[in-house]
Design a protein around this ligand. Structure first.
Ligand code: DAH
Length: 339
């Protein structure tokens, strides 16, 4: 039995010396010291020994167990430190390497200016409204006082989905949708995409953006319209901006006007930017037509309102001196990176 114990110690030490990882180490532990291990098996036979032999063999067995345990622990520490060295060697980090640059996206120029315009109107108590781009003919035309045979339809080259459904040609249907769902006082700004069947060139695109405004309350007058829009222009183009209102016609407003800003390049002298006019047209506006109010269930005897609509692209082109509308939609990164 003594010889068997010594043999176990020898074999265990050898196997430990050849163990390459912690898993192999554990296998050795189980093989010799585990419940069904070789050393344990020998200890179970101690009962068969004589009274004199038992303490001697017992002591030897304990010694062998202690030796194996000690060697196990030592090998384990060795292996762990070797593995750490290995990891450190292959995970080296060169802190002097140049960083990899993250490209950060930017706001589209249309969004930059739209956000600015929204901020200006929110500052005057307006709320932002949104509506569908695929719109009922009723909202895009009928309810806005443009019946089926009205000549104004010709000027808005409409994409028809079917007889009753169009791609909205203007953001004005948002006036109707708002008044149908909301009681005065109403103060909304409705920006969005609009569509017209135009051939693409430097100043035309079948898709562009408008910003609609609507105010309805008791005692709203033309001077509210003028004051609001003048404040807007001064915030957008600077306090020294000069505006003028020209009579115009829109089916859904009465009276109607167009608002011009004095050319901020030549201050009214006439230059290429304003095409020699001295003035630049900014938007259409007017007092909401009583028929339109009635169409939405609002009593024109009690309430009045004003509305306005402007094209976003033109405003942004003037702001950044962009001469071709197509640049907005081609998503050329060299163009977009300039903003
Ligand atoms: N919807 C008009 C257009 O597309 C612009 C417009 C003019 C909107 C006058 C208005 C307005 O709200 O009052 O040409």
């Amino acid at each position: 039995m003594k010889a068997a114990l010594e043999e176990i110690a020898k074999k265990a030490f050898e196997e430990l010396a050849h163990s390459q990882d912690l898993k192999a180490l554990d296998a050795v532990r189980v093989k010799y010291l585990g419940k069904k291990g070789e050393l344990t098996a020998i200890l179970k036979q101690m009962g068969k020994l004589s009274a004199e032999e038992r303490p001697v063999v017992g002591q030897l067995a304990n010694q062998v167990r202690a030796d194996i345990e000690e060697k196990l622990e030592e090998t384990k520490l060795n292996l762990e430190s070797k593995m750490l060295d290995l990891r450190l060697a292959c995970e080296t980090l060169d802190v002097t390497l140049p960083g990899s640059k993250q490209e950060i996206g930017k706001k589209h120029p249309l969004t930059i200016v739209l956000d600015e315009i929204k901020e200006i109107f929110i500052g005057m108590g307006f709320e932002i409204a949104q509506g569908p781009e695929v719109e009922l003919d009723y909202y895009n035309f009928e309810a806005l006082n443009v019946p089926k045979d009205h000549p104004a339809r010709d000027t808005q080259d409409t994409f028809y989905i079917n007889d009753n459904v169009v791609l909205r040609t203007q953001t004005s249907p948002m006036q109707i949708r708002t008044m149908e769902n909301q009681k005065p006082p109403i103060r909304i700004l409705a920006p969005g995409r609009v569509y017209r069947s135009d051939a693409v060139d430097a100043t035309h695109s079948p898709l562009f953006h408008q910003i609609e405004g609507l105010v309805v309350d008791k005692n709203i007058t033309m001077s509210d319209l003028k004051g609001t829009l003048e404040v807007f222009v001064k915030r957008l183009y600077g306090e020294d901006s000069v505006v003028r209102f020209r009579p115009h016609h829109f089916p859904f407003t009465e009276p109607s006007a167009e608002m011009d800003v004095q050319c901020f390049n030549c201050h009214g002298e006439g230059c290429p930017l304003c095409k020699g006019e001295g003035w630049i047209e900014i938007l259409g506006c007017g007092m909401v037509h009583p028929k339109v109010l009635k169409n939405c269930g609002i009593d024109p005897e009690e309430y009045s309102g004003f509305a306005f609509g402007m094209g976003l692209e033109r405003i942004v082109m003037r702001r950044y001196n962009i001469n071709d509308l197509r640049l907005f939609f081609e998503n050329n990164v060299r163009f977009l990176n300039q903003f």
